[in-house]
Design a protein around this ligand. Structure first.
Ligand code: ZN
Length: 365
């Protein structure tokens, strides 16, 4: 593990590493880029680089060993969704009085704090920034430089104002990373006090080339499909389980065909029967909903005259036909209700889903 594993955005990454070589990692840095462009991975890698106990160089620039006590503990924060789910589940188990005062934070190294948006509103909250204020003026115990990573640019107003106070007088021993899909969400006064590094999604052709090199299990048509489904995200592309996705997509199509009155009900009934409640069933349902979202987004692309960007290219003709039977509003509303169900499940508010009732609900009237 090291920077050779961070693919794409070479210039931006090199500039940041050159900065570290010259001893100047900014006190505050906005890492801006679309979902899947590697903002979070890069933030953690930079934290590892400044704190590695056996620092190494690759290509003449600072890198990290990946095996020392600082590197390994920071790396434990890497699977962000899993860590967030664990923190939320732990809070759910608390007494009501304690729940209210408990903020979602991730800390796998004592001097590296990750601050994700706090559910249910999914905003960075005042309580979270207050924790940062309490911690940030403390000299790091085991790191050379403390690192604070805000994984979203969506702040509650008071939280943003408090963050601004830190940025006005930042402590010398800490760096704050602000990850943003849209920098416009941040206060102009915050933006003016932070450096900015932009990351782009990997272009389709580059991602396909990479998949050809690393995923020898896939044929050319499959590579093309995976590159599109991963939406420029390297990690997602390299770990993409196409078989599993096909399974989920097959079921998602049954629901959509039913909703658009193209399929028979017995098929829907047989399919929904296969989805059971419980932890395992939940994972299956999340996969199904994810596949359904990707199909709906393709329908939107077709309807807005951008069929060339469709991701499920192997289903193009079926999707074209389906797009003719529904309107823009239905697709948007259906996508929105699926997203609501997805986030409800992620936050443990909804442990299972009656799929047949859901299919009836989204049916075109
Ligand atoms: Zn190390």
């Amino acid at each position: 593990m090291g920077f050779q594993d961070f693919l794409g955005n070479e210039t931006t990454v090199r500039h940041l590493r050159e900065g570290i070589a010259q001893g100047r990692l900014p006190h505050a840095l906005i890492l801006a880029g679309p979902r899947g462009s590697g903002k979070y991975t890069l933030a953690l890698m930079l934290a590892q680089t400044v704190n590695c106990l056996n620092p190494i160089e690759t290509d003449g620039l600072p890198d990290f060993c990946g095996t020392c006590r600082n590197c390994t503990r920071i790396a434990e924060s890497m699977p962000l969704e899993t860590r967030v789910d664990e923190a939320i589940a732990a809070r759910e188990e608390m007494r009501e009085v304690d729940k209210k005062d408990t903020r979602i934070l991730i800390q796998t190294h004592p001097d590296v704090l990750v601050i994700p948006p706090d559910p249910p509103q999914l905003l960075i909250k005042l309580g979270q920034v207050r924790t940062v204020i309490r911690e940030i003026y403390r000299v790091p115990a085991e790191a050379k430089r403390a690192v604070y990573i805000f994984t979203s640019a969506s702040f509650m107003k008071e939280a943003a104002n408090s963050l601004l106070k830190i940025l006005e007088e930042p402590p010398a021993h800490a760096s704050i990373f602000l990850l943003a899909e849209n920098t416009g969400e941040l206060l102009p006064t915050i933006r003016s006090r932070a450096g900015l590094a932009r990351l782009g999604a990997l272009p389709l052709e580059q991602l396909e080339e990479l998949i050809a090199k690393r995923r020898t299990d896939l044929g050319p048509a499959q590579r093309q499909l995976v590159a599109r489904l991963a939406q420029g995200a390297v990690g997602a592309a390299l770990g993409f389980d196409l078989e599993q996705y096909f399974g989920h997509r097959q079921d998602a199509l049954i629901i959509l065909r039913h909703a658009t009155r193209e399929a028979d009900h017995s098929m829907l009934f047989r399919m929904t029967e296969a989805y059971r409640a419980g932890a395992e069933g939940q994972e299956k349902i999340q996969g199904l909903l994810g596949a359904m979202i990707s199909l709906l987004e393709d329908l939107l692309l077709i309807q807005s005259g951008q069929a060339a960007l469709v991701r499920n290219i192997d289903l193009q003709s079926e999707l074209n036909a389906m797009a003719g039977t529904v309107n823009f509003e239905w697709i948007e509303n259906t996508a929105r209700s699926i997203q609501k169900v997805q986030s409800g499940m992620r936050r443990n508010l909804l442990r299972s889903l009656a799929l047949d009732a859901f299919a009836a609900e989204i049916a075109v009237r």
